[in-house]
Design a protein around this ligand. Structure first.
Ligand code: ADP
Ligand code: ASP
Ligand code: MG
Length: 404
């Protein structure tokens, strides 16, 4: 008998029937003898709908009010799930993030957890109740409601598992972490387990599940993570500290990500301080720069390309145009229709030739590579946006990841 934190994503609680099924599953877990703490996301696509609603009403959208609005989605789901649990004879108590003791900074729309004072949740468990906590929310040091950011419910669940000393199960609409998105490549395979290092590289490469902050938190605090299906309830993927066996595949997963855009600054004078001026200006505007490539200079002139989240493209171009003027660069171009395709695998460290196979595979399929970056266990290539799914599929096959 132990304590398990069960987190249910939006699709898992999308409608009344699904909410009752989640309640059934919580009841089954309790019958097995475990204590359960539940974390829920907003129902279905409600977070997107609330964001859309705000965009229709307001141009300014103050962070404090946005957080009040978005967290209402999770709050609704907690109350409904508690009602379904009561119908099954289980005493369940709903908690907002604030009531559950999530103290955060004041960075609205993307608040960071400072502390989890889980006393009330712990007391509810000790009283034999099932606490149901709203995901992705807390209360700031200024006593305002805060939202932890997209995918923040995973972080809520991991932080509660850490605070209460339990394992963390993340229930979603696929049966675990796959070798690539199973909706894009149907022959993708579910991994029985994956190391924290590989999972973090997959997250950084753009894999949406589980949320990267949650995986980082779990690794730092040694929380056991299990990603599994809220539709089939079968065992899913364990994320663990273990390095893969020698026999394991060189490449564990392939990730396609079309959420970034490319910016190129041409005719840049090649002298110290130019990159510093450029990337400091972007950093000061909180723009998350990902890949950076600087060409070899010719006659003291070079160009620099980098990627940023497509959502930040407009402001990035404005910043880069300003800095280009200051440093005497020639021009700025951008391309929003790019995609980043990444291969991740701990086995890359010890197996030469992975990059060559990636480039050959893309070439054979007529896919042009625009940028390349690597880490010890990852290779990423920027390709044209429309080639993304094909690139993922051919690499997945080339590295023997397709299901038989
Ligand atoms: P939830 O709302 O349950 O937290 P998300 O919708 O954020 O979950 O993420 C689940 C989705 O992630 C799946 O439906 C799947 O299409 C997508 N996905 C992309 N890459 C992978 C992968 N490698 N393994 C599993 N799911 C993936
Ligand atoms: N509902 C929020 C979102 O869609 C938080 C979460 O699901 O983790 O991002
Ligand atoms: Mg989600």
């Amino acid at each position: 008998m132990g304590l398990v934190v069960q987190k249910f994503g939006g699709t898992s609680v999308a409608d009344p029937e699904r909410i009752r099924e989640v309640a059934d599953h919580v009841a089954r877990t309790r019958r097995r003898g475990d204590d359960v703490v539940v974390v829920v996301s907003a129902m279905g696509k409600e977070t997107d709908e609330l964001l859309h609603l705000a965009a229709q009403v307001s141009k300014t959208r103050p962070g404090r009010e946005m957080d009040m609005l978005i967290t209402a989605g999770e709050r609704k789901a907690t109350a409904l799930l508690c009602m379904a649990l009561h119908d099954l004879g289980i005493h369940a108590d709903s908690f907002t993030g604030s009531q559950a003791g999530f103290l955060t900074d004041t960075n609205h729309m993307n608040a960071k957890i400072l502390e989890v004072r889980a006393d009330r949740v712990r007391a509810a468990v000790e009283a034999g109740h099932v606490p149901v906590v709203g995901g992705a929310q807390g209360v700031s040091t200024a006593h305002d409601v805060t939202f932890l950011g997209r995918g923040g419910s995973d972080t809520t669940a991991v932080a509660l598992a850490e605070a209460l000393g339990g394992v963390c199960e993340l229930y979603t609409d696929v049966s675990g972490v796959f070798t690539t998105d199973p909706r894009v490549v149907p022959v993708a395979r579910r991994m029985a387990q994956i190391s924290f290092d590989e999972m973090l590289e997959m997250c950084a490469a753009g894999c949406p599940k589980p949320a990267m902050r949650a995986v980082e938190f779990a690794r730092t605090h040694g929380v056991k993570l299990h990603v599994r299906s809220a539709f089939t309830w079968e065992p899913g993927t364990w994320i663990t500290d273990e390095e893969p066996d020698m026999e394991d595949a060189i490449v564990s997963g392939v990730v396609g990500d079309d959420s970034e855009a490319k910016v190129t600054i041409t005719g840049v004078p090649d002298r110290p301080g130019v990159s510093a001026a450029l990337f400091r200006a972007l950093a000061d505007a909180d723009v998350n720069v990902d890949m950076i490539v600087q060409n070899v200079s010719e006659a003291g002139i070079t160009d620099i390309s980098f990627t940023v989240p497509a959502d930040n493209l407009g402001e990035s171009v404005a910043i880069v145009e300003r800095v280009a003027g200051e440093i005497g660069a020639k021009g700025v171009t951008s391309d929003a229709s790019i995609a980043k395709v990444s291969l991740v695998g701990a086995g890359m460290k010890t197996n030469p030739g992975v990059a060559a196979t990636v480039f050959e595979t893309l070439a054979t399929n007529g896919i042009n590579i625009e940028m390349i970056s690597t880490s010890a266990i990852r290779i990423s290539c920027v390709v044209a946006g429309e080639a993304c799914d094909q690139a993922v599929a051919v690499l997945h096959r080339a590295f023997g990841l397709d299901a038989a």
